[in-house]
Write a protein that binds this ligand. Structure first.
Ligand code: NIG
Ligand code: FE
Length: 406
């Protein structure tokens, strides 16, 4: 006997290669022990729904998608950077502000000043905003502590958010986000300190992956390679902020370490794209940062498609380059700004985002055996999820087989 069954559902399974969106019209989906136990056409159910499951959800033709996955956020941080927003509108660039000690370092000051409680309280509304749109899995990075105990504090807050809320949190250590003022003249010394922290993070399960910012205003390829070698030796998967503002060979570097994902990639080159395809590294597109920084160079979407690099779409929720807490808005921007199809955009926030977090076997599609994380929407067709801006058609969320909303 299943715990529940969804009937009269239109299922966007997001399984590739079949119908668009992997759709099953007039579908049914059985849930047992938090997993998807059965999926198919309603007519193929072997008995009356009431004989198969304790609880029936009659969805009256509503669409169901996998739970949304935001695979790139910096949502745990103190303070805001609305002042820099004004400066940028006045003509200052992101890199100029960073070089003058603002940017990431200004958020580092605010994050260090907040104790764990305050940081939790500041971050919770951003997480809840994502969850209100059907996000059931979220990645959260550190990178605003830039000092061992401060980085640990951020990762602990990320962990607590996942424990206290019905959402799966993937924790990423981004100690190599910027060089803190104390190490201004000794970036390699700083990097060594962060490398020294890795065994503890692995031991205490405080990080599920390791990220770095490979950029002229942050760390170069050799430095990132040293960090990644140590992470790989500890069995920690890696991902990389690559080629966002300049072509620093980040795509190829990420591929060399079989990174789960490489992010931004506006300036990624051909060689790097081919290497990513070979390594199976996901390209995480962040239209919120592109939009906010008024970037003019788009990520090479056509080249990704051609090479067979799969694309995820995420918010990059952070106080500087992407003050965004809406994944649905990012689906829209991925289509309008980068030319993704609505189906590619939705795959980027479900199936491909799961792969970017190393969760491809358990999350991201509606398939038997996968975790029963799913969202029911009041829409007539899946493209509506990318179509509107600032409108939330969420009807109900089921996570681990349990009903959450409303
Ligand atoms: O993904 N690129 C570096 N890191 C963030 C920005 C963080 C910030 O500005 O605070 C990003 O865009
Ligand atoms: Fe980022």
């Amino acid at each position: 006997m299943w715990d529940s069954v969804l009937i009269n559902a239109r299922l966007a399974t997001m399984v590739p290669g079949k119908a668009r969106y992997g759709a099953i019209e007039s579908g049914a989906l059985g849930i047992a022990n938090g997993r998807i136990a059965w999926i198919g056409a309603l007519d193929d159910l072997t008995a009356r729904p009431g004989a198969l499951a304790k609880r029936i959800y009659d969805l009256d033709g509503r669409w169901v998608t996998p739970g949304l996955i935001d695979c790139h956020t910096h949502l745990v941080h103190g303070g805001d950077r609305a002042g820099e927003f004004e400066q940028r509108l006045g003509g200052a660039s992101y890199a100029e502000i960073a070089r003058a000690g603002g940017g990431i370092l200004s958020t580092v000051r605010a994050t260090r000043a907040a104790d764990e409680e305050a940081l939790f309280a500041a971050s919770l509304p951003r997480l809840q905003a994502l969850m209100a749109e059907g996000v059931t899995t979220v990645e959260i990075k550190s990178g605003y502590g830039l000092e061992p105990e401060q980085e640990v504090k951020q990762l602990r807050v990320a962990r607590r958010l996942g424990e206290s809320q019905p959402v799966t949190v993937h924790k990423t250590f981004l100690g190599a986000h910027a060089v803190p003022p104390e190490f201004k003249d000794d970036p390699n010394g700083y990097l060594q300190t962060m490398i020294g922290l890795l065994p503890r993070l692995a031991q205490e399960k405080l990080a599920d992956s390791v990220d770095a910012f490979c950029e002229t205003i942050a760390f170069d390829a050799d430095q990132v390679a040293r960090l990644f070698e140590s992470a790989s030796a500890l069995g920690l998967p890696v991902r990389l902020h690559a080629d966002q503002l300049t072509d620093g060979g980040g795509a190829a570097l990420a591929a060399r370490f079989k990174a789960l994902s490489a992010e931004h990639l506006e300036y990624a080159n051909e060689h790097g794209i081919r290497a990513m395809a070979k390594a199976g590294t996901v390209a995480v597109l962040l239209p919120g940062a592109f939009y906010t920084l008024k970037d003019e160079t788009k990520p090479p979407v056509a080249a990704f498609r051609q090479a067979g690099v799969e694309m995820a779409v995420a918010t990059d929720c952070n106080p500087g380059s992407s003050p965004v807490s809406s994944l649905l808005a990012m689906l829209n921007m991925a289509c309008i700004l980068f030319g993704l199809t609505p189906e590619e955009a939705l795959a980027g926030a479900t199936r491909v985002a799961a792969r970017a977090l190393g969760l491809g076997d358990s999350h991201g599609t509606l398939e038997v055996g996968k975790v029963a994380d799913l969202v029911v929407w009041d829409i007539e067709r899946p493209a509506e999820l990318a179509y509107r801006l600032g409108f939330n058609p969420l009807n109900l969320v089921i996570r681990n087989g349990q009903r959450l909303h409303p």
